[in-house]
Design a protein around this ligand. Structure first.
Ligand SMILES: Nc1ncnc2c1ncn2[C@@H]1O[C@H](COP(=O)(O)OP(=O)(O)OP(=O)(O)O)[C@@H](O)[C@H]1O
Ligand SMILES: [Mg+2]
Length: 267
């Protein structure tokens, strides 16, 4: 079974692309065949990863009516593939969102992914319209990325309301959880914001939150996931393994198979 997950936030710059990209890397490392799809016409995945910008991607696929996975890029990690958005001309951004829906591209990506991928992750643009709404209508699960600062938190209910309305209308997308980002236990305002998320959304909030750390800027400058920033990845890279373990648990992914068990260290 292929699991599909949209990463969404109403407010821009909340950390969606960062969480989607680093989670995709962790999914791959944990052995899940993973496809990360960029639905943001800004092309955030292409901008974040060295070697991906300039590829044709989803935009060219729509233009040429080619198969939905024709723009998939494989990576040096066998389990991780990317579907960048490609170059969406500035004047075509609105038309692109309309075309995504008209050509039913998210559903077609998911149909084409069955059997080949264990998990398909969608990075979406900020907001609740266009590609984000489409992703919420077509994927089975959503993760809400919440920057833990007062203004960002005020926009959370609107996104959750959209999901509830879509569910009322028969949509199957489940809220897997809310992940707090750019948290800090040292800054009293940010800490209070994190506590507010916990208090308001309780069990829906993942135990793992993503700390605010300048290393993220270094990783984006280098165009790599955190885990590939250096031979010894920074400590904070491990939070995505924790987050993905939680996501797998909420998806009901079985740990290993029937014959799974401890692996001997020494023969
Ligand atoms: N935990 C973090 N600590 C410090 N900086 C971070 C963290 N997460 C993300 N950033 C930085 O914040 C900026 C915005 O992050 P990102 O692009 O992931 O947000 P986004 O929600 O995808 O934005 P958009 O709405 O534009 O798509 C980037 O420069 C990123 O490197
Ligand atoms: Mg983004």
């Amino acid at each position: 079974m292929t699991h599909s997950i949209s990463f969404c936030s109403l407010k821009g710059g909340a950390g969606k692309t960062t969480v989607a990209l680093n989670s995709a890397y962790s999914f791959g490392r944990r052995g899940a065949r993973t496809l990360l799809v960029d639905l943001d016409p800004q092309g955030a995945i292409g901008l974040s990863l060295d070697g991906v910008g300039g590829r044709p991607g989803l935009h060219a696929c729509l233009r040429d009516d080619s198969p939905p996975l024709s723009g998939v890029v494989s990576t040096r990690m066998r389990e991780l593939h990317l579907l960048p958005v490609g170059d969406v001309p500035v004047l075509d951004v609105d038309a692109f969102a309309v075309e995504l829906r008209e050509k039913d591209i998210v559903r077609r990506i998911l149909a084409a992914s069955q059997g080949d991928y264990d998990v398909v992750l969608f990075d979406t643009p900020a907001g609740i319209g266009g590609a984000t709404r489409l992703a919420l209508e077509c994927t089975d699960n959503a993760i809400v990325v919440a920057q833990t600062e007062p203004l960002a938190l005020r926009s959370l209910p609107r996104l959750l309301e959209l999901m509830a309305r879509l569910r009322d209308a028969g949509n199957a997308c489940t809220l897997l959880g809310v992940v707090g980002t750019m948290t800090s236990f040292r800054d009293p305002v940010l800490l209070a914001s994190l506590e507010e998320v916990w208090a308001l959304y309780q069990n829906e909030v993942f135990d793992t939150s993503i700390p605010r750390d300048p290393i993220f800027l270094q990783a984006s400058r280098a165009g790599v996931p955190l885990g590939l920033l250096s031979r010894r990845p920074p400590a904070v890279a491990a939070v995505f393994d924790k987050l993905v373990a939680e996501i797998e648990e909420r998806l009901g992914v079985e740990e290993g198979g029937a014959d799974d068990g401890p692996i001997r260290l020494v023969d």
